[in-house]
Design a protein around this ligand. Structure first.
Ligand code: GLN
Length: 506
């Protein structure tokens, strides 16, 4: 049997069911990997001290012949944006340092009900604001392919943990790309579900109309398995979709087995195939399109003219909603409280706490958001951005009349060097250009590894998007494309990592 940490969740699931391996062994192997490399990698903010005890219970239940979920005993890492009863939940912010929530987020509760093993909480940009994980109050995370580079963001911790074999699976959150872009730059798979497909109950909100929780893994099938666990209706979330969902696992298995894209119309969005993207990313994208065509896909060019305004609209809507969501961090209800000298008042304590507890990027967006929402400017800024949002939704609707799925590079570049964009917020924001439209429209999007960019040998990602509620189509077509790419290169993408045999960058 392959080394336990290099196995996929699907492989671990079969090996556990066949009792070739125990959950204690699988969990121990992943904890040992965390122990060996995370001091340098920085993917985890907190490692679950109970993980092995839960694994022992699962093994005992299996030995007693209890019926178990397919993923029972399989480890999973959780982005620190999700509330966990028994572990601190900080969203990468100093203002929530040490805060232990009184309840589990719904996706976390579902992981526990499936008896998966929670390995711990992963690093992220503070309140999920960022594309590099450098805005975390708790230090940086490194890219598993090159330790001098960013792992993407905001969910760099989850992507790095999966890319460096610390966990086969992880949860992320995607407001403007924070699952897909880290997946792209770490050579992993990440999925942003349809808005309302996975409960947001217990997810520390960034921008409520954009946020969505989703899976991170090394294969499409593994993301499907995890999505099937966390998805579905939840009465605790008023935006949760009540209609039932197809099995994503079945869709992924069907797709992997098919080997053909005959009859599939693949739309290339002109505006997201820009001359300005890194040449090696574009080259991989066009090579992938040719490969899809050779396997029967019909490639059609579609235009989405309003995507040119997506980043601008997003950086008004997001700060507006964030400024309102973050108002609850008032020094009274959660976490940090700083009392200034002299005679403190409610206002001075609140102000000192927010001054000390929030980082620069968070402050920047709160100021932008409150300004955009202020009387006199509301219509000009927030109102206009909402109109753009509607236009983008119409662009998608028109594009999906011509294509079954839409594709683009997931990110315009590969992983950049740590520190490179830290002092240039605008450059950082522009890196979201490819992922933001899906959030504005509420549609599902997936990133799968395409290949290495010629100029730097770093992973590039293919983004696949489908209409709302058609997540199963993403898994089916995504699994076909992944299988074709794997066959072409003769090995799964992640084995190309130069640190593969050492089990991830040290
Ligand atoms: N990078 C984007 C931002 O900074 C995406 C964030 C996210 O998806 N949470 O807003």
């Amino acid at each position: 049997m392959a080394d336990l940490i290099h196995m996929s969740a699907a492989e671990l699931s079969s090996a556990l069911a066949a009792r070739e391996v125990s959950s204690v062994e699988v969990t121990t192997a992943h904890l040992a990997q965390i122990d060996a490399i995370d001091g340098n990698l920085g993917a985890f903010l907190h490692v679950n001290a109970n993980a092995l005890a839960v694994a022992e219970e699962v093994d005992a239940a299996r030995a007693a012949g209890e019926p178990l979920h397919a993923l029972a005993g399989v480890p999973v890492a959780v982005k620190d944006v999700l509330c966990t009863l028994d572990m601190p939940s900080t969203a990468g912010s100093k203002i929530l340092e040490g805060w232990i929530p009184p309840y589990d987020a719904t996706p976390v509760r579902k992981l526990r009900e499936a008896r998966m093993i929670l390995l711990g909480k992963t690093n992220m940009d503070e309140f999920a604001m960022g594309s590099s994980t450098e805005h975390s109050a708790y230090g940086i995370t490194r890219n598993p392919w090159d330790g001098d580079r960013i792992p993407g963001g905001s969910g760099g911790g989850s992507a790095a943990a999966v890319g460096a074999y610390e966990a086969p699976l992880a949860l992320g959150s995607d407001t403007g790309g924070s699952i897909r872009q880290p997946a792209s730059v770490t050579g992993t798979v990440g999925v942003k579900p349809t808005y309302g497909g996975v409960s947001r109950y217990g997810a520390i909100a960034l921008a409520s109309s954009l946020d969505q929780i989703g899976p991170v893994s090394r294969t499409v099938l593994d993301s499907a398995l995890l999505h099937d666990v966390i998805g579905g209706y939840d009465h605790h979330d008023s935006t949760s979709i009540p209609t039932p969902w197809a099995s994503f696992t079945d869709a992924a298995r069907r797709g992997a087995a098919s080997g053909s894209l005959a009859g599939v119309r693949v739309g290339v969005i002109k505006e997201l195939d820009s001359e300005g993207f890194q040449p090696g990313v574009r080259a991989q994208f066009h090579a992938t399109l040719e490969m899809l065509a050779a396997h029967g896909a019909e490639i059609v060019e579609v235009s989405a003219p309003n995507f040119d305004y997506a980043v601008s609209a997003y950086y008004l809507i997001l700060p507006a909603e964030a400024s309102s969501n973050l108002a609850k961090f008032d020094s009274v209800r959660f976490g940090l409280r700083v009392t200034p000298e002299g005679t403190p008042t409610v206002e001075s304590v609140m102000s000192a706490t927010r001054e000390a507890g929030f980082g620069d990027e968070v402050k920047r967006r709160i100021i932008l958001g409150t300004y955009a929402l202020s009387a006199g400017y509301y219509d000009a800024y927030y109102g206009s951005a909402q109109k753009v949002r509607t236009l983008i939704q119409r662009d998608f609707a028109a594009a999906f009349d011509q294509a079954d799925v839409l594709v683009s590079p997931t990110a315009p570049t590969t992983a950049w060097k740590l520190g490179e964009k830290l002092d240039d917020p605008l450059a950082m924001w522009l890196s979201d250009i490819t992922t933001i439209p899906a959030n504005l429209a509420g549609i599902p999007g997936m990133s799968i590894p395409m290949g290495l960019a010629a100029e730097d040998n770093l992973p590039t990602g293919l983004q696949i998007m489908a209409p709302a509620h058609a997540d199963a189509r993403l898994y089916e077509i995504g699994a076909t494309i992944e299988a074709l790419l794997d066959a072409q290169r003769g090995a799964p993408f992640h084995t190309l990592n130069p640190h593969f045999s050492a089990g991830g960058n040290r």
